[in-house]
Design a protein around this ligand. Structure first.
Ligand SMILES: Nc1nc2c(ncn2[C@@H]2O[C@H](COP(=O)(O)OP(=O)(O)O)[C@@H](O)[C@H]2O)c(=O)[nH]1
Ligand SMILES: [Mg+2]
Ligand SMILES: [Zn+2]
Length: 301
């Protein structure tokens, strides 16, 4: 049978069958010994062939792993189709430099990203419309949610439909609350729950995929805390290709190889577009910051 690993715990793999299977949702499986010999290890997210062995404490074995589309995070998760980058409009205030770095990282991995600004209920509107305008102009879908008030589920699901989507973002922005809203279950520990038990902030430690029951083939996962993505391999001269609204100006500058930094304004199409408001101030400023970071890192190599 074909299935998908949605959880791993102590060497057991929880596999859900791709086709409906006698009303059974999950099979508890072990990996075949052959994987260890090949120095392979099944990961959460893997699409696998599995068979029923029917021994006492385990129901099946994972026999084969289908080719992975990608492998992300630690502990690793495979076959992530989309990433929803979550920030809150306030408490904590959004860090747009971090957001822009994450967007570059997602483009490097060729993963489709969308932005979710949560806590709309406690956020002033000028900020919400400004962020929406900036990032829609950069060709990213933007969703405004208030997970606490159960607002925004439908729009998010239209983006996530038929995919495995990972939630990424700093802690405290409402990822666990969004997970609960999406799955309609009370599965993820939220900051508030942790406060009540007096144990301080709980963070998700294992990777687990959840099925969204009312939308076909749709899966979601929370990522452990905030997962930074390394972009330091990127040559800063290539960076503008990872800003879609700057990439639009590609080839229009006077100098070939223009990096849109210290080149004179009248000879740089990106700077001209910036001046016309086609590229937002904060995006261009963050481009400059990331450019300089990448350049100084590279000079140490
Ligand atoms: N006002 C408001 N608070 C929220 C919203 N979503 C989550 N919170 C609160 O923000 C805190 C952190 O939420 P949590 O889901 O644990 O964030 P995570 O660390 O990203 O998983 C909790 O106290 C939540 O109740 C929202 O839409 N509006
Ligand atoms: Mg959380
Ligand atoms: Zn230029």
């Amino acid at each position: 049978m074909t299935g998908r690993i949605i959880k791993e715990s102590a060497g057991f793999y929880y596999v859900i069958p791709s086709a409906p299977s006698f009303g059974r949702d999950i099979y508890l499986c072990r990996a075949r010994g052959i994987f260890r010999k090949k120095n392979q290890r099944p990961a959460v997210g893997d699409v696998v062939e599995f068979s029923l062995t029917g021994t006492k404490d385990v129901e099946g074995s994972v026999d084969e792993i289908r080719e992975r589309k990608n492998l992300l995070f630690r502990p690793p998760v495979s076959n992530v189709d989309r990433v929803l980058i979550v920030f809150s409009g306030s408490d904590p205030a959004p860090n747009l430099l971090l957001l822009d770095r994450l967007l570059v990282a997602m483009k490097m991995k060729e993963i489709q990203a969308a932005i979710c600004i949560n806590k709309a209920d406690i956020t002033e509107d000028p900020l919400l419309s400004e962020i929406t305008e900036t990032y829609e102009n950069a060709s990213y879908p933007v969703f405004i949610t208030s997970a606490k008030e159960n607002n925004g589920r439908k729009a998010l699901l239209s983006f996530m439909k038929g995919t495995l989507t990972a939630l990424v973002g700093p802690s405290g922005v409402g990822k666990s609350t969004i997970m609960n809203m999406l799955t309609k279950k009370d599965l993820a520990k939220t900051g508030e729950v942790a406060k009540k038990t007096g144990q301080g902030k709980q963070t998700t430690r294992t990777s687990e995929i959840y099925v969204i029951d009312d939308v076909e083939n749709t899966y979601v996962m929370d990522t452990p805390g905030f997962s930074a993505f390394d972009i330091s391999d990127l040559d800063e001269r290539e960076l503008f290709h990872y800003f879609p609204e700057m990439e639009r100006e590609n080839g229009k500058c006077f100098f070939t190889g223009c990096v849109h930094m210290e080149e004179p304004e009248e000879k740089c199409a990106v700077k001209a577009a910036r001046k016309k408001g086609l590229i937002s101030k904060s995006r261009y400023q963050n481009y400059r910051t990331i450019f300089s970071d990448l350049r100084s890192k590279r000079s140490f190599r």
